[in-house]
Design a protein around this ligand. Structure first.
Ligand SMILES: [Zn+2]
Length: 520
């Protein structure tokens, strides 16, 4: 009887598969039964004579491997989707290339819409300067064009865009007039313009962008993204669009609204806020608040954007409201501010489990890593940063010298000390691919950063779930949990670590539903 009931409620069966878990290791030749609620009903040894309900979907995965659905704890969904829908200028080598790419986009999109582009990098252009407003007018005329520099620190627009963004008056008053004549917008004007651009994009385009970002994530094996959205960069208007379609997206989306307004977040019923509340800047632009001067600029050790009292207030008010706060801190001095504030809040209001987070956590020293493990908090870091930018020829060595750069992003020490460390990408800042993320820790440049395959899997699964308060339902393959899972073409536990990034995602399932399928 018992058996029949289970089988009749079973929606899908994945047969003959090796199940790989960050907690129980691997089990070969299993059948995974998934029920109508999208939960894992059973994981049992393969049984060729299993009675299968006529309504069940059976997927024979002979020779394949299942891991839990991967979780990206620092992801920008709208920005990822928008950059996917934009013209990519990264490979342009001269200004006529850019004009040609934009002209092609003009032909292939509808007449009223914006032409968006990303990845402008004048250093790679023969002309060694950005494209100008006049050059954009020449190729795209009546269509509004908005080009983001790859750093997102400035944008270039044409005359039609200036009209539509309401920037006409700005050009005649204030210091930005000269630059605007060339089509360049930066600083406050850039934030204002990007927010105006967001208001000018149609609701259906914004929906499409969110769907694109999420579909791309599912294709790479992500089943949950912690989406850090709104705030100064894009404005808050699109958040309601995201909340409306959230359940239809290819991944689960945990929203982190970029605001320090705890009351407003509380009113919206949000569980988490922040993410990119900046305590300091970045290493690339020498604004991360380092312990000591940058190696390549004397007298410069970065910037703290907030006072300790402000940071204390944010963490305290969030804890009071039972909301999870998250802040961006890369340099050691910014990390110190965050740890101090988390410590103070915990002391004043003990016994509340709101799991405050520090994002990035780049230059944390040993004492800070110890403190992070003693506090009930999480770290959301991005292994590809250290891998792609942290090698001997990378920008981190340039900024800090090899010795200090080799101590950055000390994932090994963090896990050894028991820090709740979770992985992510900061997409679109780096590729959203979590296989690359895990590869980055397994093949890290320095010992203090290097993790085993199991540990890499753990930071992209169970700890990510913990950071999202979802450790009971996500992050592992246990009976009763969400059927969030990924089918890989090879066994990640037994391949050469240096080849880890060759693992291919063949299928992604979110809550028992297939979101991506390359099995054929
Ligand atoms: Zn970010």
């Amino acid at each position: 009887m018992e058996n029949n009931r289970m089988q009749s409620s079973c929606n899908s069966i994945l047969t003959c598969v090796t199940v790989i878990s960050p907690t129980f290791g691997e089990k070969r030749m299993q059948d995974v039964l998934i029920n109508d609620n999208g939960d894992i009903d059973a994981i049992e040894e393969h049984d060729a004579n299993r009675k299968i309900d006529i309504n069940s979907q059976v997927i024979n995965l002979e020779g394949k491997f299942i891991i839990p659905g991967l979780i990206d704890t620092h992801f920008h969904l709208m920005a990822t989707g928008l950059s996917e829908l934009s013209v990519n200028l990264l490979h342009a080598t001269e200004i006529p290339d850019i004009q040609e790419l934009l002209a092609a986009a003009k032909e292939s999109t509808d007449e009223e819409s914006w032409i968006l582009a990303t990845g402008l990098n004048e250093e790679k252009l023969k002309e060694k300067r950005p494209v100008t407003r006049a050059e954009l007018d020449a190729c795209c005329g009546s269509r509004p064009v908005f080009i983001d520099h790859r750093s997102l620190h400035y944008a270039v627009v044409n005359t039609e865009a200036i009209k539509r963004l309401g920037l006409l008056d700005e050009g005649t008053s204030g210091g930005s007039g000269e630059e605007l004549r060339e089509g360049i917008i930066k600083d406050n004007l850039l934030n204002k313009s990007r927010q105006a651009l967001m208001r000018g994009l149609s609701k259906s385009f914004l929906q499409k962008s969110l769907r694109y970002g999420s579909a791309l994530a599912a294709k790479k094996g992500l089943t949950t993204v912690h989406a850090i959205e709104g705030g100064e960069l894009f404005g808050d208007e699109y958040l309601s669009i995201l909340l409306d379609i959230r359940d239809e997206l290819d991944t689960w989306v945990n929203l982190y609204w970029i605001t320090t307004d705890i009351d407003a977040a509380h009113q919206k019923g949000l569980q988490s806020v922040g993410g990119d509340i900046l305590l300091d800047g970045t290493l690339g632009s020498r604004t991360a608040a380092l312990w000591k001067d940058y190696a390549d600029e004397e007298g410069c050790s970065g910037v703290l954007y907030r006072t300790q009292a402000e940071v204390d207030e944010f963490f305290f008010r969030a804890r009071q409201a039972g909301i999870q706060p998250a802040v961006h801190a890369i340099g050691g001095r910014a990390i110190e501010q965050a740890l101090n504030a988390i410590g103070v809040a915990e002391k004043r209001l003990p016994g509340i489990d709101n799991r405050p987070r520090i994002e990035h956590f780049g230059e944390a020293n040993k004492a800070q890593i110890n403190r992070a493990s003693e506090l009930r908090m999480g770290v959301a870091s991005q292994p590809p940063f250290a891998y792609l930018r942290g090698g001997p020829d990378g920008v981190y060595c340039e900024r800090m010298g090899t010795e200090r750069a080799s101590q950055l992003y000390a994932f090994r020490l963090m896990l050894d000390q028991g820090v709740q460390l979770a992985g992510g990408s900061d997409s679109p800042v780096v590729s959203l691919d979590p296989i690359l993320g895990m590869h980055s820790c397994i093949n890290a440049h320095y010992e203090a950063q290097r993790l085993s395959v199991q540990e890499a899997l753990q930071i992209y699964t169970i700890t990510g779930a913990w950071l999202g308060f979802e450790e009971r339902t996500k992050g592992d393959l246990q009976v009763g949990m969400n059927a969030d899972l990924v089918v890989l073409d090879r066994n990640p536990l037994s391949i050469e670590p240096t080849s880890f990034q060759d693992c291919e995602v063949l299928l992604t399932m979110k809550g028992g539903r297939i979101m991506f399928n390359a099995l054929g």
